[in-house]
Design a protein around this ligand. Structure first.
Ligand SMILES: [Mg+2]
Length: 271
């Protein structure tokens, strides 16, 4: 029954915790992507990371031996800039963020502004964030700028421990600005629309693959996609029921590792 509901013609694949950890490739990530390429299964890598450009994300994958091009990558920065450009072509944007976000703004035909009142304050992760930048952003929000956040992730893993994510900076802007942001990244429907447009498929023929129930699986389920949870990152056999309850959603299928996922795809893909 589930199989009939969720046709598999393409995949939206998470990166961190699904294909790699930091700079370490997860076992068989390269084999999975090569298989998709060789068998002409459409896919996109969908990431909440707004700091890197699609080229940098692709280079990172390539450095780990995973085939990738910039065109395969959908970032929350691209989805955010695309969303603003659709609502307000040519809008002036004050960016709290890094190169990936600023590039996406320029590529979407928007105007970066520092000193003039912007139409939008667009915020992602900014590892050079300062009190001065916070002050500017908050004043612009109070003066009427629409507040857009690339992604709500509060914490991120790094090689030497947890680091605050874009959502933690956003919490400051939200508290001081007194305005709820528009959220772009997973589990938002905005990055789903962007990714489906990029892959050229409908939600009901697309599957979401990821390691996080609250973002990846909730994201796919809300849109009506099939969902495959892989136990390669955040979620494992021990914490599965805890995260399941917390997220309030269940994946269509759970795969312990990427070889199991590859077999599942081979069996369930639309001929
Ligand atoms: Mg992940």
């Amino acid at each position: 029954m589930i199989k009939e509901k969720h046709i598999m013609r393409g995949l939206l694949i998470d990166l961190d915790g699904t294909l790699y950890h930091g700079t370490h490739r997860i076992d068989n990530a390269d084999r999975l992507i090569s298989y998709l390429q060789e068998t002409n299964m459409p896919y996109r890598f969908v990431t909440n990371n707004s700091s890197a450009t699609p080229e940098e994300v692709a280079d990172r994958l390539l450095s780990m031996g995973i085939p990738a091009t910039a065109a395969d990558v959908c970032t929350s920065a691209q989805a955010a800039a695309g969303h603003i450009a659709q609502l307000h072509p040519g809008a002036a944007v004050f960016v709290v963020g890094e190169a990936g976000l600023k590039n996406a703004v320029i590529e979407a035909g928007l105007r970066l502004t520092e000193e003039d009142q912007p139409d939008y304050v667009l915020q992602g992760i900014d590892r050079a964030f300062t009190y001065d930048r916070l002050t500017k952003a908050v004043r612009y929000i109070h003066a009427g700028a629409t507040f857009v956040m690339t992604n709500p992730d509060l914490l991120l893993p790094s090689s030497d421990g947890l680091i605050p994510g874009a959502g933690s900076i956003g919490a400051m802007l939200r508290a001081a600005g007194g305005k709820e942001p528009i959220l772009i990244g997973k589990p938002s429907s905005i990055i789903m629309k962007y990714s489906l447009h990029e892959i050229g498929l409908q939600a009901n023929e697309t599957w979401v693959v990821g390691d996080n129930l609250a973002t990846d699986i909730a994201f796919g389920e809300a849109a009506g996609c099939g969902t495959a949870l892989v136990l390669t990152g955040l979620t494992n056999a021990d914490n599965l029921s805890f995260y399941s309850k917390q997220a309030g959603c269940e994946p269509t299928v759970i795969c312990e590792h990427l070889e199991e996922l590859r077999s599942y795809i081979a069996e369930h893909r639309e001929a």
